[in-house]
Design a protein around this ligand. Structure first.
Ligand code: ADP
Length: 371
């Protein structure tokens, strides 16, 4: 089966082509709607079709068996991937108030592809879907219940495709069924979240109503006292911009790229050292919390740009957790092995490169096979 995976952002359109779940080619069209870039998502899609034909990967979109779209917000309605039809499009549109930055761009990708190839089956794969197994006590906020009942304000969680992908890989490495596997998965990239997975299902995750909650991120604050944004607003400040774009590692030390934070910290820069400590402190806080929630943990999994590449963050995150049965092998960690725990470690520690596009292709293929 030939499947094109599309990830449409407000100013970019990423694509990856799969044939029988093997990656053939990938790329990105950037600066959509900006000076020097293409006009809109339709033009971006046209460009992708030409590129694929030119490099011999695909004659035209008509040679595809289907398209898998990443959709950020599926609300409570979408608990699994679905074939896209008019009704699904309306439902994704109705969720725009919950994801005003992401869902409109995802929809643009879907609608342009439907215009170009109306008969091609398309599947929506939602970032929130994996977390729809959370129990009510995990997803409700303790605010007046009508905000949940009338407005849908609750924890949704994001990065679900990535947590699901690495969880399956981890279960495979453990030689266990997903349904009997308990994990703490740490997706540490520019955005970062952690997920407690109980018997293969998301039981709790650190991102919430929006992707702002939880861990310290590149430019996002993660957990803070909710009075802080109120205080900012009273001062006439733009809390939304400050907390989303000027906080996190960047807010603490002026730098959001973890490689540069580490470089500066190694050179003795106090602000960078503290940013790293705050970042890791929050991770450890969640490891402890999710350990308690799960009772038993088979493995701790690191993924995302930082999780996959930063031996330092992994080492600091696992510092003194031996009493919890989490025992890092410092050497294996430095060498970047897949299993970085000592042989006797009760809880395995894995580094698993995420592959959200492959997971979307797999899920899209599973839906298409049932048609
Ligand atoms: P996104 O969330 O945008 O997909 P990534 O998962 O690619 O981002 O993660 C980006 C982060 O990974 C950046 O902070 C980057 O500095 C960090 N990173 C990548 N390589 C390394 C490395 N070798 N050491 C430390 N951090 C790294």
């Amino acid at each position: 089966m030939k499947i094109l995976v599309l990830n449409a952002g407000s100013s970019s359109l990423k694509y990856k082509l799969f044939e029988d779940l093997q990656s053939i080619t990938e790329g990105v069209v950037e600066r959509i709607g900006e000076a020097g870039g293409v006009k809109d998502h339709a033009e971006a899609l046209g460009k992708i079709e030409v590129l694929l034909a030119e490099n011999g990967a695909l004659r035209s979109f008509d040679a595809l068996d289907g398209v898998g779209h990443r959709v950020v917000h599926g609300g409570e309605r979408f608990v699994e991937p679905v074939r896209i039809d008019d009704e699904v499009i309306d439902a994704i549109r109705a969720l725009i108030p919950l994801a005003p930055l992401h869902n409109p761009a995802n929809l643009a990708g879907i609608e342009m592809m439907r215009q170009r190839a109306p008969h091609l089956p398309q599947v929506a794969v939602f970032d929130t879907a994996f977390h729809q197994t959370m129990k009510k006590e995990a997803y409700l906020y303790a605010i007046p219940i009508e905000f949940y009942e009338k407005e849908g304000i609750r924890r949704y969680g994001f990065h679900g495709t990535s947590h699901a992908y690495v969880a399956k890989e981890a279960a495979r490495m453990l030689g266990q069924d997903m349904s009997e596997t308990n994990l703490i998965t740490l997706h540490l990239g520019n955005g970062a979240s952690v997920c407690a997975i109980k018997r293969g299902k998301s039981a709790e995750t650190s991102m919430g109503f929006t992707p702002l909650q939880g861990l310290v991120m590149g430019t996002r604050c993660g957990d803070i006292d909710p009075e802080i944004p109120l205080w900012m607003v009273k001062k006439g400040l733009d809390a939304e911009v400050i907390l989303n774009k000027k906080s996190g590692l960047k807010g603490l030390c002026g730098e959001n790229d973890m490689r540069l934070v580490e470089e500066r910290a190694a050179g003795g820069d106090e602000a960078a050292k503290m940013a790293l400590e705050v970042f890791v402190h929050r991770i450890r806080h969640y490891i402890g919390a999710y350990y308690a929630l799960l009772g038993e943990v088979d493995a701790l999994v690191f993924t995302g740009g930082i999780g996959e590449h930063s031996a330092l963050v992994r080492q600091l995150a696992c510092r003194s957790l031996e009493n919890l049965g989490i025992c890092l092998d410092t050497q294996k960690n430095l060498e970047g092995e897949c299993d970085i725990s000592v042989n006797e470690s009760l809880v395995k520690i894995f580094v698993i490169p995420t592959n959200e596009e492959l997971e979307i292709a797999r899920q899209a293929e599973a839906v298409l096979e049932k048609l």
